[in-house]
Design a binder for this molecule. Structure first.
Ligand code: ADP
Length: 169
């Protein structure tokens, strides 16, 4: 797995993951950026999907993106940490990997799901994300996964978690 700082809309991969909201009808943050870069056909495709429950994921084409597909997943809104947020966040990653397997995708790029507008503390989200990615890679060797962090501090948080997990093993 690779951690980079960048804009996920520029990734040339089989699929980029969108941290969407449950309507799948567009929002701010990474969702807005993906819809702007993909063009209006993406919204038209999303309209046919009937939304998406928290923790699940749905796939569309990437349209004008360099990525062939977009996997839309809906992360949990942070409500203090005792409302199954950890479990629901883990489930997002698992749902994305299940779709990747189903569609035989070889390369995926993830944003930091739920840690923007949804308020999930990044120090708590990063170890969950990295654990789920590591487990998926162990089960699916040909897969390449990049986590694209938008800010330098976010990148440093993920890097520190990855190094800490490496030291524990
Ligand atoms: P959520 O509602 O799941 O919290 P957000 O889009 O608000 O989703 O934020 C998720 C993460 O995506 C945040 O860390 C935010 O900084 C980041 N982000 C925003 N735009 C981009 C982008 N173009 N590429 C990658 N990450 C982005």
């Amino acid at each position: 797995m690779t951690l980079i700082r960048g804009d996920i809309t520029e990734m040339r991969v089989d699929a980029i993951v969108n941290a969407a909201n449950s309507s799948l009808l567009g929002g701010g943050g990474v969702d807005g950026a993906i819809h702007r870069a993909a063009g209006p056909e993406l919204l038209a495709a999303c309209r046919t999907l009937g939304g998406c429950p928290t923790g699940e994921a749905k796939l569309t084409p990437g349209y004008n993106l360099s990525a062939r597909f977009v996997i839309h997943t809906v992360g949990p809104v942070w409500r203090g940490g005792a409302h199954r947020e950890d479990e629901l966040l883990a489930r997002c990653y698992r749902s994305c990997f299940a779709l990747a397997r189903e569609h035989a995708l070889r390369s995926l790029a993830f944003p930091s799901i739920s840690t923007g507008a949804y308020g999930f503390p990044i120090e708590r989200a990063a170890p969950i994300a990295l654990r789920e990615i590591r487990q998926a890679l162990a089960a699916n060797a040909p897969l390449r996964v990049t986590v694209v962090l938008f800010g330098q501090r976010d990148l440093e948080t993920y890097q520190a978690c990855l190094e800490a997990a490496g030291r524990r093993r």
